[in-house]
Design a protein around this ligand. Sequence first.
Ligand code: ADE
Length: 379
Amino acid sequence: MAIVSSGSAAPLGRRGRDASGAGVADPEDQQGRAGGASQRLVDAEAAPDEAAEVQPREDSLRPKRLADYIGQSELKQVLGIAVEATRARGEALDHVLLYGPPGLGKTTMALVLAEELGVRCRITSAPALERPRDIVGLLVNLQPGELLFIDEIHRLNRVAEEILYPAMEDFRLDLTVGKGTTARTRSLPVAPFTLVGATTRAGSLSSPLRDRFGLIQRLEFYDLPDLQAIVERAAGLLQLDLEREAALEVARRCRGTPRIANRLLRRVRDVAAVQGHGRIGAELVHQALSLHRVDARGLDASDRRLLTLLLEGYGGGPVGLETLAAGLGEDPTTLETVVEPYLLQLGFLQRTPRGRMVTPAGRAHLGWPAQLGLPGAAA
Ligand code: ADE
């Protein structure tokens, strides 16, 4: 027997389906944006597919509870209230969308939420949900109140999205049993669950999917005191004797990103171990991170290459993203979502309608003279 998923392709508002639960055909479906859901087969004989579940790398440095999670105060406040209210009502937490640059703690926050709610968190990533049965397998195996974390949720294909709509709204899976003229729609209940979606590109999410999240929160780059506290906490867990100034030095170089802070700290630990330093000071951090070509403001070789190409090749810009990416041999999306956000945040790069430009602060950081007639230039 084959089961065909039949979620509606129509961009419905909340609870905008007909009472039977059958989806309404969307003309766009016939165009096949990503293939109509009704065309995709789910092999009913296959065992519930858990291959789509992804195990996060065991990371002993991740905070487990909200109280241990440093920074993102607004996010913690909003989610803390939601968790407390949800626990009091004994319901599943409303669906949560977390967005922002990579490495700021979206996965960590999903695991923290599960810990606070006392439930399990299943982790997957949109590219692992290629076939309808991948997402169906995860959904049918959820227990009441559990979290399903989908990373890179903007990359979900149309079929998976359509399966998710009724599951998110009404805790129901709409499946079509059989093929062609004998096809019948069946609804299967799904345990009340919480979808936690994470994305670096909230703008790329389809609006029907975005509209189904009750809580939509942006993660911000961390400020220096929070980063220093994160580094000191990690040093404690790694049993390192790290001076406060040394922690601050790591914090200055981690691009506002805890994942990078922890990575840099591990590189500093390596150098300290090899050189036989028990106590780690700022000078050792400087030495270790220079070895890895991370400069005093946290710019790495990719950042400097981008700014240097703009300055040497295009007089500082403006230059279009595609041209810049081609010149660097980089993928434009990686450039836009991974490299540029920190340079924009530092004020070293500017996005203008005509393209990317190096700012006077960016020029100064690379040791280029100020441009005459622009702010920062000598009179
Ligand atoms: N490790 C990584 N991110 C963290 C955070 N936000 N708080 C505490 N430790 C962390």
